[in-house]
Design a protein around this ligand. Structure first.
Ligand SMILES: [Zn+2]
Length: 365
């Protein structure tokens, strides 16, 4: 049965019920987790999202797969006094090992303190959890937040699996991100040929039935470095560069009207900086027509109920550009530290730029 709920009061009442359910469950829980994220200094997203929504900024969610990326993210967050979400995708877990990544996040908390941040706000988040089992295994081993991505399932199945993850996660005060609508593009194992915008008429029903803490929506962002085909773009006559179609801010506004103050998430929000693409191509690369989301549009979104913006490809581009440039200029170098050091510096610069100039999450600790 599909309820057609269109009242925010009704949604609020139910949301409170969900919170109470979580409290009740914690008294009667019969499962134990192996690692309590609070004991290793991580935080969930609840408080930081509430502050970001009311403060008109967004929290950066940066994917990490290796030590240099993690160091760059933490250095940037500490220097700018920003909360940060460390995201782990399926590709990252396959590449680096889930256990190792969890210990790296634990190390990140201590590293941030060593760098002078007394109380770091670091979330360890599962990006695109594909099943209840995947989410449970991350919750059990110390993740403070998970995404369950049921967006490719029929609506009722998406509701059911998301609800199941929420019921489990809330026992341990782990926050959950759900998704409605489909993003186009390719990112690790997540891919879809076409995007389908989130239907505003579904959001209250979904949030009420599942009890999710935040909602990822589709308004025209896209995964990967090739977000749009040239046919979808126009050409800037001054530069000859491709200009992507604008985000569907009307859909975002309609969703905000249905769920005032509810935390909204944007995936696939790299901007694909053209200077990085040029550096890669000038040093032996062959990236053709790589196009991202213009930063002005993300800045506008960050001022709305969008409180988490996912950025992955821009870090990959910054790292690859720096490594290609370094090796082209120093063909005799073979110590990975020689080229990973400038790569780490370049990623850090990019993260600081996003935090300060796009998301506005600096000085929010
Ligand atoms: Zn994503």
């Amino acid at each position: 049965m599909r309820l057609t709920i269109d009242s925010y009061d009704f949604f609020l009442v139910n949301h409170k019920k969900n919170r109470n359910f979580a409290k009740y469950s914690s008294i009667h829980k019969n499962t134990t987790i192996m690692v309590d994220y609070k004991k290793i200094g991580l935080v969930n997203t609840r408080e930081m999202f509430a502050k970001a929504v009311s403060g008109g900024y967004a929290i950066p969610a940066f994917n990490f797969n290796n030590m240099e990326q993690m160091q760059a993210i933490i250095q940037a967050a500490v220097e700018t006094k920003s909360p940060v979400i460390l995201q782990v995708s399926k590709g990252a877990r396959d590449y680096a090992n889930q256990t190792l990544l969890r210990y790296m996040a634990e190390g990140a908390v201590e590293y941030a303190k060593e760098l002078g941040c007394a109380k770091p706000q670091i979330v360890l988040h599962l990006d695109h959890g594909d099943s209840f089992e995947t989410c449970k295994s991350c919750i059990d081993m110390g993740f403070s937040s998970v995404m369950i991505d049921g967006s490719s399932l029929p609506y009722d199945e998406n509701v059911a699996v998301t609800r199941k993850v929420v019921e489990y996660a809330h026992q341990f005060d782990v926050t959950v991100e759900g998704e409605l609508g489909v993003l186009a593009g390719v990112e690790d194992e997540v891919s879809a040929a076409e995007s389908h915008y989130t239907k505003p008429e579904e959001v209250i029903d979904f949030v009420t039935k599942t009890g999710v803490d935040s909602l990822a929506i589709s308004i025209g962002t896209s995964h990967g470095a090739y977000k749009f085909t040239p046919a979808q773009c126009t050409v800037d006559p001054a530069t000859g560069r491709l200009v992507p179609p604008p985000l569907a801010f009307d859909v975002l506004e309609a969703i905000e009207k249905k769920l005032p103050g509810f935390p909204i998430v944007l995936h696939g929000s790299s901007s694909v900086p053209q200077d990085e693409v040029d550096t890669i191509n000038a040093n032996g690369g062959a990236l053709k027509a790589a196009v991202g989301i213009p930063e002005e549009q993300l800045r506008k979104a960050a001022k709305s109920a969008v409180c988490k913006i996912n950025i992955d490809s821009d870090s990959r581009l910054a790292m690859t550009a720096a490594i290609r440039k370094h090796l082209a200029e120093h063909p005799d170098h073979f110590d990975p530290r020689q080229y990973l050091k400038p790569a780490r510096e370049s990623m850090k610069k990019m993260y600081i730029h996003k935090i300060v100039n796009v998301l506005g999450s600096n000085d929010k600790l």
